[in-house]
Design a protein around this ligand. Structure first.
Ligand code: PLP
Length: 455
């Protein structure tokens, strides 16, 4: 364990470092960020020596848990053998090809071709450019419009944030860029409270069709959605939603893009979220769990038909990144997938820790502040309300209670996130039963504390 001068690091953090997605005045007022110095299994340690159970798997990504020596070893070996080469202009590296074959095998069906990028945002930028290029090659250049959902998260680049439906992100930088339409999200607790699930599923899916008709079906290129909206607040769509959206896409010949950046690689108890919800996408974006966050890498998988269209053209796909298929990241990702397979972690999510997590989170339903709990695999959310039995929020608007509960959780030794008034959870696949029980006990204590603070 290395010693760090945390006081000096916090001073330098304020003086020189701009962390991501942050309020810089708040960081300065706090005298610097919370500094995480090490981690093992499902636990992280901060610079003050506090052990914190990581209920978020980092940023929805450290699926195999921290401290995997074999991932460090594989990176070391690959760095000595070939630390870098690119995949531009008809070159490739051994790990990139091996990883493409591996991911294609997991996806199965028609999704047999993989384009690599470094981040989830870049994976979706690739989607954006590839889809428009595809329709141009098909002789349908007018098919340019993407349909997405309000409160979707597809990344932080210009295309990613535009495809996403986060109003606060659109407000900065004049987004979305033209050609992106946002429709209602399948968020029953907020937008269909008290409505019968089947009727709400149909209403939310039909909003997609209504927008297609409004903009003209011949102008629509693709629909993009996360199987479960993660950063939007772990919004689990009601049964029937996805098959209906899929049928609508097929009816109008629109490409269906599944953004599996969070849900991919076992998070919902199947290898991919589309398998869990029973639909077949034409394109899949992946990142996070692909390498469990050990190194940056993402992937965009496309169907055979799309590749055949690209191959029928003599034009290059003029798109790519310096780090597309980075050999060290690819080697680490490949080993990460091998770990998931060897340790049967997808089965563990489906049949062991996932059901335990579901029961543990549901045990909070009796708390006076809890309006709803919901889980899907190892994703969970707890809705905090001012009046049980309603979806009425503290202070009359969303966002007053969530941060209070989150801060109490962190002080109690559990890292969770507050998304408006939802406490969301996304623990590593290796979290133990006892750790899940501890998570829930800390959340209950935090809710008790918040009930007094918010009264
Ligand atoms: N898509 C989804 C569904 C995500 O959850 C995220 C990140 O949380 C992204 C895309 C963007 O990924 P990145 O932060 O790696 O650019």
């Amino acid at each position: 364990m290395r010693n760090h001068d945390i006081t000096e690091l916090r001073r330098q953090d304020v003086a020189h470092h701009l962390p991501a997605q942050a309020n810089y005045r708040l960081i300065a007022d706090m005298g610097g960020s919370r500094i995480i110095t090490r981690a093992e299994g499902s636990t992280i340690w901060d610079g003050d020596g506090n052990a914190i159970l990581d209920g978020m798997a980092g940023l929805w990504c450290v699926d195999v848990g921290y401290g995997r020596k074999e991932l460090a070893e594989v990176a070391y070996e690959q760095m000595l053998e070939l630390p870098y080469y690119n995949s531009f202009f008809r070159t490739a590296t051994v790990p990139a090809i091996a990883l493409a074959a591996k991911v294609a095998g997991l996806l199965g069906g028609e999704l047999q071709h993989i384009f690599f990028n470094s981040s989830g945002s870049e994976a979706n930028d690739t989607v954006f450019r590839l889809v428009r290029h595809y329709w141009t090659l098909k002789g349908r250049p007018e098919r340019r419009i993407f349909i997405s959902r309000h409160n979707a998260y597809h990344g932080s680049t210009v295309a990613g944030a535009s495809l996403g439906g986060m109003a606060a992100m659109h407000a900065q930088g004049g987004l979305p860029i033209p050609g992106i339409e946002h429709v209602m999200q399948p968020y029953a607790f907020n937008e269909g409270f008290g409505e019968e699930a089947e009727a709400f599923a149909a209403r939310a899916a039909d909003a997609v069709e209504a927008r297609i008709l409004a903009v003209g079906p011949d102008n629509v290129a693709a629909f993009i959605g996360e199987p479960v909206q993660g950063a939007g607040g772990v919004i689990v769509p009601p049964p029937g939603y996805w098959p209906r959206v899929e049928a609508i896409c097929r009816k109008y010949g629109i490409l269906l893009v599944s953004d599996e950046v969070i849900c991919g690689f076992g998070r919902l108890g199947r290898w991919f979220g589309f398998q869990h919800f029973g639909y077949t996408p034409d394109i899949v974006a992946m990142a996070k769990g692909l390498s469990s966050g050990y190194l940056p890498i993402s992937a965009t998988a496309v169907s055979r038909e799309i590749v055949e269209t690209l191959r029928a053209s003599d034009r290059d796909f003029v798109h790519g990144y310096t780090y597309s298929g980075h050999p060290v990241s690819a080697a680490v990702a490949l080993r990460n997938l091998e770990i998931i397979e060897r340790e049967k972690l997808v089965d563990r999510v489906a049949h062991d820790i996932g059901p335990h997590f579901a029961r543990a989170v549901a045990s909070l339903d009796d708390h006076p502040l809890v309006g709803e709990t919901r889980t899907c695999g190892l994703l969970g959310a707890i809705e905090i309300v001012a009046e049980k039995g309603t979806n009425r929020r503290f202070g009359g608007a969303e966002g007053a209670a969530g941060p209070v509960v989150r801060d109490a959780c962190i002080a109690g030794g559990l890292m969770v996130r507050a998304i408006r008034d939802s406490i969301v959870m996304c623990p590593p696949f290796v979290i133990t039963h006892a750790e899940v029980d501890r998570m829930v006990a800390i959340i209950r204590a935090a809710l008790d504390e918040a009930a007094l603070a918010l009264a």
